[in-house]
Design a protein around this ligand. Structure first.
Ligand code: PHE
Ligand code: ZN
Length: 881
């Protein structure tokens, strides 16, 4: 058990830095076992500072020596602790020369300077720079950097850092050097270096202004055939930001570097983005449609950070969503615009809603719930969450809904006019939006300060004689850790009314008139909105386009839902109606499983599924999404007491019933949605493949020889990974062991040297309901498995603990014991990754008592283990609190 208790850091305790940094000169003598870092910083006393002590952060590094204004400081002239170095009562202007020594090859945390496959990389967000040198490692200290890299030329022919290459040459003794200068001031978390044996695809690209820039994508030599899509996505991102927001690339050179060992998706270091290989490498043979979409989104995301994050950065880490929420919103809009069609946009929107429900709503209802702008944290790395990112993006989206697209652009323009080059707060963004549009967004601030998912309860009333319609909306928000009695939010609720013919009725209401949709602004606890001239009793389409991240509670009848499902002009609500139809039945089935009652699925529901599946006027991508049933996790969130086995049985029953009833239609759609010709990842083709492969999965639920053969044939003949992986997954899930075993074997042999493809191999098995704890343990002994590589650990362990509920929640608690072991083992290597795995137990209090007891024991076992990181300790102690 740890004896020291970790410190909680509070937003209210923010104090400005006592010293600012004018310039930084870094010199690296790179050696995997022993790297020497020379750091010359020019500091000046900050007028807003509270005292004259220089406070430098530093962790896990060895201090060789420090000079102040040229004079060596003796140990009594500074204090050195586990967390940093302090020089008391320093003069107003000082130059410090600090030398540190590090062992990058021992660094398994992948934060700071580390070695991956023999190459050097850095990761400095959030607090990794302090693992390289002593420095005021906080985002409100922005400085100009010059970086000298020295390394063995044979082993590390490529030396990269931020900004522009200003000098390079030989050093004799087989070493060479490169000197880089970043013309822009930046916080330390955006520093990066790469020293590696890599090759690049490069291209000169002309900006809209006519200026030419150099774009590079750096990868290991064997991956040069997988860089086209990342490069294309980068060019699309550059063009899109010019057109949509008038934002131009401010550098002459922009680099993307792929690394196989990485904790997150990618990192927006100035001019030198470092990416998880998963979000760079693609060709049809190894990458799926989902991978391609992920690459486009993440390349866009990191590129867009150059303005929203780098040019304007965060004052402190409590403001993280200022850059992340806004940048996710921007990458979402980019992906939607790249598809271009209305249904294409809707499909991306539906995906976002699914992510919110699958991951963010549970977070907001659990022990780690926190506001979009948190008030406190123990370990900032634990706050790179779906709340900061995805809910943060929803908050930005709501502002756009309130001020309109043009108004939003005005707000962005004002934001940059005011804050370019500064480190600011979430409030500053909201103020720019409000001021540019003459809108009062004061109450809107609560989206930043109050945690929890609001519930909006709707009640409607139609008066045929007066031809009026009333919608009463009442909002509430559950308590979250440390927060009770929440105040009303400012919620945009987009609404349409459908007539009996399924068409939108014209809308006349107090605040607004609209063709098909009006945005009601709910600001009170309860509010009634009146519509006049309503000639018939309408079917309300509420919260169109998911206009706010809330739970909408409205007592729809099946008939109304079927009406919306077939006719709503808003595709998101069409999808939503289908989800509601399915959810009502899944909850009933789950209760029936629990009660031992016989299970049945009504013909109405089957008919609706059939109509949807076969409606060729609808995009394949939309049909596929609408046919996916709410996940076991999403069903669980709707229950007071969760019995994962009952949920699994109920959902499987529904899937089996659909498969049995629609077999001929599924087969017909399987055939109709083939995509002959050369593979292309475009949305149209990807949608067809998705629908075809969903049909295949259904056909393999209770397969006969013909279906097994169909999957096997697809597996053998596939010329792309989307179809190959889908066939393999269908075989694995079918539970027909022979088919899957040989396919798994040949897949492994074909792709043994493609790490990302082998990740899929582990992931597919980890997530299959037939894979129990023992099978996962066996997979861990496979020579290709390692805990040290985060992608590999995620593929097997995370996908089992988070994506295979019926096995993870085995009645004997063996899944939880496995979880505890892996959290502890991972924590010794990589606390950030371990803490993410620790989160899979967040919702333990919701489970049936027998499981709860096992879960609690597992949590206590982790909490009680020796030398736990702050990362994991924060997660498990909040879970147990
Ligand atoms: N800032 C990165 C992003 O959102 C994420 C990240 C955080 C990467 C911390 C590494 C470490 O794009
Ligand atoms: Zn980001």
């Amino acid at each position: 058990m740890r004896t020291d208790s970790p410190q909680t850091i509070y937003r209210k305790n923010y104090t400005p830095p006592s010293f600012l940094v004018e310039s930084v000169e870094l010199g690296f003598d790179l050696d995997p076992a022993r790297t020497i870092v020379a750091n010359r910083i020019k500091l000046v006393r900050n007028r807003d500072g509270k005292h004259s002590d220089i406070e430098l952060h530093g962790e896990h590094i060895e201090l060789v020596g420090v000079r102040m204004n040229g004079k060596r400081l003796k140990p009594g002239q500074y204090t050195l602790s586990e967390h940093g170095l302090t020089i008391r009562k320093a003069p107003a202007k000082v130059t410090l020369d600090i030398e540190t020594v590090l062992a990058p090859q021992e660094n398994t945390s992948l934060s700071g300077l580390y070695v991956s496959n023999g190459n050097f990389f850095t990761q400095c967000e959030a607090e990794g720079f302090r693992r390289i040198t002593f420095f005021p490692d906080r985002p409100d200290v922005m400085a100009k950097y010059t970086v000298m890299l020295r390394a063995d030329k044979e082993k590390f022919p490529v030396l990269l850092s931020n900004g522009n290459l200003i000098e390079q040459g030989e050093l004799g003794d087989g070493r060479h050097y490169a000197k880089w200068e970043d013309p822009f001031k930046k916080p330390s978390y955006l520093f990066a270096l790469v020293a590696a044996r890599l090759v690049c695809q490069e291209e000169r690209y002309t900006l809209q202004s006519g200026r030419e820039v150099l774009l590079q994508v750096w990868v290991e030599e064997g991956n040069l055939d997988k860089t086209d899509y990342a490069m294309q996505s980068l060019k699309n991102s550059i063009r899109w930001d010019e057109q949509r927001f008038g934002l131009e690339l401010d550098l002459d050179r922009f680099m993307i570097v792929a690394v196989g060992d990485f904790n997150m998706g990618a990192m927006e270091n100035k001019g030198l983005n470092i990416f998880n290989t998963k979000y760079v490498l693609a060709n049809p043979r190894v990458a799926t449609d989902v991978d391609y979409a992920g690459i486009e989104a993440v390349v866009g995301h990191e590129y867009f950070h150059n303005w929203t994050g780098n040019r304007v950065t965060c004052r402190d880490w409590f403001q993280l969503s200022l850059k992340e929420g806004l940048t996710v919103f921007r990458d979402q809009e980019f992906s939607a615009d790249m598809i271009g069609t209305d249904t294409g946009r809707a499909v991306t929107r539906i995906d976002q809603v699914r992510t919110l429900r699958q991951a963010q709503f549970p977070e907001d209802a659990g022990p780690m719930a926190h506001p979009v702008r948190p008030d406190s944290f123990v370990e900032i790395n634990n706050f790179y969450t779906v709340t900061i990112y995805e809910k943060g993006a929803e908050v930005v989206r709501m502002m756009q809904t309130l001020v309109g697209r043009d108004g939003f652009r005005k707000g962005m323009d004002l934001y940059f006019a005011r804050h370019d080059g500064q480190a600011v707060q979430c409030d500053d963004f909201r103020a720019a939006m409000a001021d540019a549009n003459g809108r009062d967004l004061k109450q809107f601030e609560r989206w930043y300060s109050q945690a929890g998912t609001p519930v909006v309860k709707a009640v409607t009333q139609y008066d045929a004689a007066a031809q009026t319609y009333h919608i009463t909306l009442a909002q509430s928000c559950p308590d979250t850790p440390g927060q009770t009695a929440k105040l009303p939010f400012h919620i945009p609720v987009a609404v349409g009314l459908l007539g009996a013919d399924g068409k939108d009725l014209p809308l006349y209401t107090d605040g607004a008139a609209g063709q098909g949709t009006v945005v009601l602004e709910l600001t009170e606890a309860t509010q009634t909105f009146h519509f006049s001239g309503v000639a018939q009793r309408p079917t309300p389409s509420l919260l169109r386009d998911f206009s706010a991240p809330v739970v909408l509670d409205y007592d729809y009848s099946d008939a109304e839902l079927l009406h919306l499902f077939s006719h709503d002009s808003d595709p998101v609500n069409r999808w939503e109606a289908g989800q509601r139809l399915a959810m009502a039945r899944l909850l009933k089935l789950t209760a029936d499983v629990g009660a031992g009652a016989p299970l049945a699925l009504d013909a109405t529901f089957i008919a609706a599924q059939r109509a949807l599946l076969t409606d060729a006027t609808l995009d394949a991508a939309f049909r596929e999404l609408a046919l996916i049933l709410p996940s076991e996790t999403i069903i669980a969130e709707r229950m007071e007491v969760v019995d994962p086995q009952a949920i699994h049985t109920a959902r499987q029953f529904m899937r089996r019933s659909i498969a049995a009833a629609l077999k001929p239609e599924l087969l017909a759609q399987y055939q109709a949605n083939q995509t002959p010709g050369a593979y292309s990842p475009d949305a149209q083709s990807a949608g067809k493949r998705a629908l075809k492969n969903l049909a295949l999965a259904y056909l393999l639920i209770a397969p006969q020889a013909a279906e097994l053969e169909l999957a096997q044939r697809q597996f053998d003949a596939a010329d792309n990974m989307t179809d190959r992986a889908a066939a393999l997954a269908a075989l694995i899930h079918s539970g027909a062991p022979d088919g899957a075993a040989s396919a798994l074997k040949s897949y492994f042999a074909d792709f043994e040297h493609e790490a990302l493809v082998i990740d899929k191999w582990f992931a597919m098995q980890a997530g299959a309901p037939g894979t129990d704890v023992a099978a996962v343990r066996k997979l861990m002994t496979h020579p290709a498995f390692t805990l040290k590589n985060p992608n590999r650990a995620r593929s097997l362990i995370f996908n089992f603990c988070g994506g295979n509920p019926s096995q993870f929640h085995a009645a004997d608690g063996s899944g939880y014991a496995f979880w505890a072991e892996q959290v502890i083992a991972l924590d010794a290597l990589n606390p950030q990754v371990a803490a993410r795995l620790a989160r899979s137990m967040d919702r333990w209090r919701r489970y049936v008592p027998a499981l709860q007891a096992h879960m609690k024991a597992a949590l206590e076992r982790v909490a009680g283990s020796a030398s736990l990181s702050n990362d994991v300790l924060e997660v498990v102690s909040k879970a147990l609190a």
